[in-house]
Design a protein around this ligand. Structure first.
Ligand code: UP6
Length: 258
């Protein structure tokens, strides 16, 4: 089937977060998400400001930060508005509906109040989505399902992956795509985001497995690449982000042209 442009795909989407993401991707010519896996607010905000012009999305792990605060959330939100990127909290919810509801809405992080996008494992069954949805839908939040993982020996394969796609299809009002290592459906309204991407290096000694931006986007048919250490460990994160941005965007243009 013909590959559609980000604009065309955004126009087909119902969910406001998916529409906004595709529109940012088109406007900024970026299908790069940077993973800000840093432990202080200052470091995350500095990185967000440096890479802001090059990304469509910033991914956070709020629970690795030592000084998470409402001031941090306010500053991050301002940067997201200024640079135009989506905020994705990589919480990987994986409990029963009632518990994830609290984890999403309450606790120290109040994720639903500031993260446009979050994600969940399909492992607990559809209750995980029912729970998250009751909190997120009113706030126009969206969710990704983790259908495949990048790490060595992970169990998200085969029938599990297929069942995850089915679960997403049954919750299209909230689920806008997948964390995956390959394209799982031809439905152009589902966004495939692929972590485990680096220009140099094949792993990290702790099970992470890397592919190049080209392999992720052209061979595996990712829409968005997610890059952490490849960007934030670089002495010049802005230039590194620019390199990944160009590589991933040209790879999608190659798919469009072929
Ligand atoms: N992540 C993966 N693989 C997955 C799902 N999520 O690496 O299957 C997340 C990690 C990390 C980021 O939690 O935040 O993507 C990858 O970082 P890296 O580029 O530094 O390896």
């Amino acid at each position: 089937r013909k590959v559609l442009s980000y604009r065309e795909r955004g126009d087909l989407c119902q969910h406001p977060v998916a529409r906004q993401l595709f529109s940012i991707m088109e406007k900024k010519k970026s299908n790069l998400a940077v993973s800000a896996d840093l432990c202080t607010a200052e470091q995350v905000l500095q990185l967000a400001d440096q890479v802001g012009p090059h990304i469509c999305m910033l991914k956070t792990h709020a629970d690795i930060m030592t000084d998470f605060s409402t001031e941090f959330v306010q500053s991050l939100t301002e940067l997201a508005d200024r640079h135009q990127f989506i905020i994705f909290e990589d919480r990987k919810f994986a409990d029963i509906g009632s518990t994830v509801q609290h984890q999403y809405r309450d606790g120290l992080y109040h994720i639903a109040d500031w993260a446009h996008l979050t994600n969940a494992h399909a492992l607990p069954g559809s209750g995980v989505l029912e729970g998250l949805k009751q909190v997120g839908l009113d706030k126009k939040r969206a969710c990704l399902l983790i259908a495949e993982m990048s790490s060595k020996g992970n169990l998200a394969t085969g029938d599990y992956t297929k069942a995850t796609v089915k679960m997403a299809e049954e919750h299209k009002d909230f689920v806008v795509g997948f964390i995956s290592q390959s394209q799982l459906t031809e439905d152009p309204t589902f966004i495939h985001m692929t972590p485990g991407v680096q220009l140099s290096g094949s792993g990290d000694g702790l099970g992470q497995q890397y592919v190049s931006p080209w392999d992720a986007v052209v061979t595996r048919r990712a829409d968005v690449i997610i890059v952490g250490r490849g960007v934030y460990k670089d002495p010049d994160p802005a230039s590194a982000a620019q390199r990944y941005q160009t590589a991933a965007f040209e790879a999608y243009q190659h798919r469009l042209a072929n």
